[in-house]
Design a binder for this molecule. Structure first.
Ligand code: GLA
Length: 737
């Protein structure tokens, strides 16, 4: 550890770096972007010497700085790092660095490392520690913890401090002219939106008590040419499952020597965090990623970070059958037995019993909270079903929605005060339900005990953990007054997930929230899969998953084969298209297989076999996406980290005016290598809008495929078949020795 106070310090890894100057009152960023190499004294001095912008007319008489804790004291008139007050006083924070600790990793610090900064502020009587950590993949995380310390203030800070906001904000250069982030709705999560960095603030708030279907997800500031494989990008994500705020902001005077800022912080409700002497607030981790290789470069760093976690799922991701769109609430042992038998036949390895198994849950308006097996439909309990599943060598999973309650439940009747919301009059239901106040120890213990009991009784391998409504008016009456409780509720959720995983080693958990309404790296630290969307329609799903993969690697994304006619869009699609789209993630089935004929069952079984063959690659490889001019077409793939094999999906969503694709380049391949290219038709042929394939495709359709150099595949490109809309083709490439 080095005492770095006053020095220029760098965190460097995998071609990225953050350089800060710790000489001022608060450290400031000198550079965030490409690695500048090991900084010698001359380079460090030069970076510092060039960090002061011009002093503009009609502005502060000293050069403005933009620090890691921007305040008005520094002349910063944009969104500050911290807002709050002590009954209307202490509104002008002036933190001052008291110590800096630098722990570089690697010989020249080329494997990242950490910089810890201690700050003390006499105005707000707060001590804080900011930890900047760069992992070896170049992803920067920033953690801040605050503690009220009355001894800092001359008057002993008798009034508690209300923290209104705390954000981590980093500066980005003038070439970051575009904003890309996400929005969405139920069944259309992670829809990208893009626009210019205008002067002013682009603020995205998640105020649903969860990230939401319209979550900003990953907020990117990038160069005008930003694409999947091109352009430079600076991105942020808040690893938090409660309320959040993301900001991209540009003032005419810039941000120190930079142009704009990007950052994130928890969205705090009025009076939610009040700190008396000695009390602490720990902010959620804000992640920052830079890439000079477009969006795929961002995703690559984030995927490598996640995959390096000790708890990252390392066993083969089992082919899953989920009962929801197969039987909904019709929990009938005979019907489910037939479904499980068919599932076993096509190679399913895990069966998940979805909503409908617990007391009083005959439809969606009752029962939430009563986590006892419903004896009216399961007279012998779940044992007979679980035993059948186990006899087939499959795992057993089950659905819970632990944070919710229906008023029509024994739980709500016994404990009406356990409902989160204003005590005098609850607001409207959503999906007929309310949120359970897990900040109450008794409610928390009750739910935890019920889940544990079911997991123990049936040796449950897997929980699908759902969360089907927003937290609106989320106040807890636990203390006798109604106080905002999203922060505490989110921490209670995390505590419960952590406790269950400790108590039941090997238990896996999927995070679901009406589909993909709660996909963030906070919950993913304690879960093993995200249900990306309730939409199994492959046209929608292909896009939802493509964008979900910007943050989440394919092995953590559930993707299911649905019915021919989508239950959520009514669109009809071919089996082969549905199967190909469901393949390149953590695959599963959510369809009543009784509807499938013999030919379909065989194709599904072949798909299951292909999934088992390819999942080692799909679940460890690098995700790549081609930048295509025709956005009715998609070329997306996964390339093994050693480059030895790659799998690409060529899909057409709609027709295009153009008849031909022209030469399309397969991204991520080695242009110096040769590849055996094979088009796999295990699951059926894609229907074409042409009378004959390009001749090389005819070769690739032969069982042994065709040999092509990487220079042609990845450099020059190859003409692709013109598919009919809603069709896809799978290309399997093996690098030749
Ligand atoms: C949510 C989930 C679905 C299903 C239903 C059950 O909508 O996203 O997958 O589990 O709840 O009610």
């Amino acid at each position: 550890m080095l005492d770095g106070y006053g020095a220029v310090l760098a965190l460097r890894a995998a071609g990225a770096s953050l350089v800060i100057d710790t000489a001022g009152r608060v450290p400031r960023v000198l550079h965030w972007g490409a690695d500048l190499g090991p900084l010698d004294a001359a380079a460090a001095d030069a970076l510092r010497a060039t960090a002061g912008p011009a002093v503009l007319n009609n502005s502060p008489d000293v050069p403005r700085t933009f620090s890691l804790w921007p305040t008005e004291f520094e002349g910063w008139a944009g969104t500050p790092a911290q807002e709050g007050h002590a009954a209307g006083t202490a509104t002008t924070p002036r933190p001052q660095t008291t110590a800096v600790r630098h722990r570089p990793a690697g010989r020249d610090g080329e494997n990242g490392g950490t910089i810890e900064i201690d700050l003390a502020d006499e105005i707000t009587a707060i001590r804080s520690t900011m930890v900047l950590a760069m992992d070896r993949f170049g992803v920067l995380s920033v953690d801040i913890a605050l503690q009220r310390d009355a001894s800092l203030a001359a008057d002993g800070a008798p009034i508690p401090y209300t923290l209104d906001s705390l954000r981590v904000l980093l500066p980005v250069p003038e070439r970051a002219t575009d904003i890309l982030d996400f929005t969405g709705k139920w069944c259309r999560e992670r829809a990208p939106q893009r626009g210019p960095v205008f002067f002013g603030s682009h603020v995205r708030r998640a105020r649903r008590g969860k990230p939401g279907h319209d979550a900003p997800f990953l907020v990117v500031a990038g160069t005008a040419d930003l694409g999947f494989r091109r352009g430079e990008a600076w991105a942020t994500h808040l690893a938090w499952s409660g309320d959040a705020e993301y900001v991209v902001e540009r003032l005419t005077e810039g941000a120190g020597p930079f142009s704009a800022t990007i950052g994130a912080g928890e969205g705090l409700r009025p009076g939610e965090i009040v700190l008396a002497d000695g009390e602490r607030y720990v902010a959620p981790t804000a992640l920052f990623v830079w890439s000079a290789e477009g969006l795929d470069g961002l995703a690559g760093r984030l995927h490598r970070r996640l995959r390096a976690r000790p708890a990252h799922p390392s066993t083969p991701r089992p082919l899953t059958l989920n009962s929801w769109e197969a039987v909904y609430f019709d929990h009938d042992l005979d019907r489910l037995t037939a479904l499980v038998e068919r599932a076993a036949r096509v190679g399913v390895e895990r069966v998940v019993l979805d909503d409908g198994w617990f007391h009083g849950r005959r439809e969606a308006n009752a029962g939430l909270g009563d986590w006892f097996v419903d004896r009216s439909v399961w007279p012998d309990g779940l044992g007979p079903l679980v035993q059948l599943v186990r006899r087939h060598g499959m795992q057993f999973g089950i659905w819970f929605e632990p944070e919710m309650v229906n008023l029509d439940s024994d739980l709500a009747r016994a404990h009406p005060d356990w409902v989160l919301g204003p005590r005098d009059a609850l607001g409207a239901t959503a999906r007929d339900q309310y949120v359970l106040d897990l900040t109450r120890p008794d409610a928390y213990e009750h739910v935890l005990a019920r889940i544990s009991a079911i997991v123990d009784e049936y040796a449950v391998d897997y929980i699908k953990w759902d969360h089907n409504r927003d937290l609106s008016e989320p106040v807890s009456g636990a203390a006798g007054i109604d106080r905002p409780a999203v922060h505490e509720q989110t921490l209670a959720l995390y505590r419960m997930l952590d406790t269950l995983r400790r108590r039941h080693p090997g238990l896996e958990i999927e995070t679901c929230s009406g589909g993909g309404g709660r996909v963030d790296l906070g919950i993913l630290d304690r879960t093993d899969r995200v249900w990306a969307s309730d939409c199994n329609d492959p046209v929608e799903r292909l896009q939802i998953e493509r964008w979900t993969r910007m943050l989440v690697p394919p092995e953590l994304i559930g993707s299911h084969l649905g019915a021919e006619r989508s239950h959520t869009t009514s669109r009809r699609t071919d089996l082969s298209f549905r199967l190909i789209v469901a393949l390149t993630a953590h695959a599963g089935i959510e369809w009543d297989l009784q509807e499938a004929d013999e030919d379909e069952l065989e194709r599904i079984a072949r798909w299951g076999a292909a999934y088992r063959e390819l999942r080692g690659l799909i679940h460890t490889g690098t995700v790549v996406n081609a930048d295509l001019a025709d956005d009715a077409t998609v070329l997306t793939g996964i390339v093994a980290t050693d480059g030895g094999r790659a799998l690409f999906t060529w899909a057409r969503l709609a027709t295009s005016a153009a008849g031909q694709s022209g030469r399309v380049r397969f991204p991520g391949l080695d242009t110096a290598a040769r590849y055996a290219v094979r088009i796999r038709e295990d699951v059926g042929e894609a229907s074409r809008h042409q009378s004959a394939d390009p001749s090389w495709v005819t070769g690739a359709l032969r069982p042994d495929g065709i040999e092509l150099p990487g220079s042609v595949l990845a450099g020059a490109g190859v003409p692709m078949p013109t598919l009919n809309p809603q069709q896809a083709m799978l290309f399997d490439l093996v690098r030749l020795p």
